[in-house]
Design a protein around this ligand. Sequence first.
Ligand SMILES: Cc1ncc(C[n+]2csc(CCOP(=O)(O)OP(=O)(O)O)c2C)c(N)n1
Ligand SMILES: [Mg+2]
Length: 363
Amino acid sequence: MFDENQLTFQMVRRLDEAGNLLDEKDCGIADDLLVEMYRQMKEVRILDEKLLKMQRQGRIGTYAPFSGQEAAQIGSALALERSDWICPSYRDLAACFVHGMPIEQILHYVTGHLEGGKTPEDVRILPVQIIIAAQTLHAVGLSMATKLRGETDVAISYFGDGATSEGDFHEALNFAAVYKTPTIFFCQNNQYAISVPLKQQMASKTIAQKAIAYGVKGIQVDGNDIIAVYEATKEAVERARNGEGPTLIEAVTYRLGPHTTSDDPSKYREDGEREVWRKKDPLVRMKRFLENKKLWSDERENETEKAFHERLNEAITAVENESYPNISEIFDHVYETPDEQLKEQKEEAANFYRQKTGGVQIG
Ligand SMILES: Cc1ncc(C[n+]2csc(CCOP(=O)(O)OP(=O)(O)O)c2C)c(N)n1
Ligand SMILES: [Mg+2]
């Protein structure tokens, strides 16, 4: 008989909110990597805050911030090899950055340049996916291909809690389970799909338990605890490489900012909710842990901030000095041979911009 109470997942945690190891044992991760984990989180937090400000200044397009989700993205991306594949959503630029996406490409992406979708040949990241959950299928396809070729590379798909209510997610999980593809389904449960809270979106107690129905391994991890995320993903990667099939990881986290810069979370979030999660900030926790181990200091923090600001500002200046993207690019890459409707749309857009810019033709 089915017993719902059996479906309880113990959330995997390693660090408490004060930055102490919960089981008091050494965490078994090299000091250099622990420092790297924090440094990367610090850098992407700076990147995220900068991009948010630039959007408010009208310098970039609509932006989906990831602050609060750094441990989930960095911890999991650091568990990969460079030869593994990432299939990201619009909110996963932190994971992409760690896996080798150049800052310039990120800036091109947010400023609407075509190059924003062109990852360097030696970096294994698919173009950012906006269609919710579609990238779960892409990851299964990629990993099925590596399996057929007898290679050991795995593919990880990043998606949100809302994506688990899409058909694509279920089809991908089922196919991956049946064919034992080396796929990692990495769900960042940030509690909301735009304005819809998790409880209104699904009746299951956890996202991790959905793995059971498909016959794959499921794990729920504290997504704000980078050590726990790293270990859980590392384990999933090893299983995938050893031919043991896919894993569904639910990283429980929180989006501290709005869904995108077009959203106002005060319309649907309870007062004080954000403050509760602020106390669980993944950066604060890891910083305390490193300070206790004498691996980090205010001086190192300042140096890291300064160096990254310089690197980022240099890249921003270079990209902002380039000419605007050409409006025709939107149409040029839809089909190899454009149909009549597309040609008409291109002409219409070009006319619109000609008028809007007082005769200066953009594209
Ligand atoms: C197939 C599809 N349906 C609807 C949308 C509109 N949409 C954009 S973001 C979003 C919410 C996704 O929530 P979640 O999966 O939790 O990811 P998060 O934005 O929280 O990272 C929706 C419904 C879309 N992009 N694609
Ligand atoms: Mg979400």
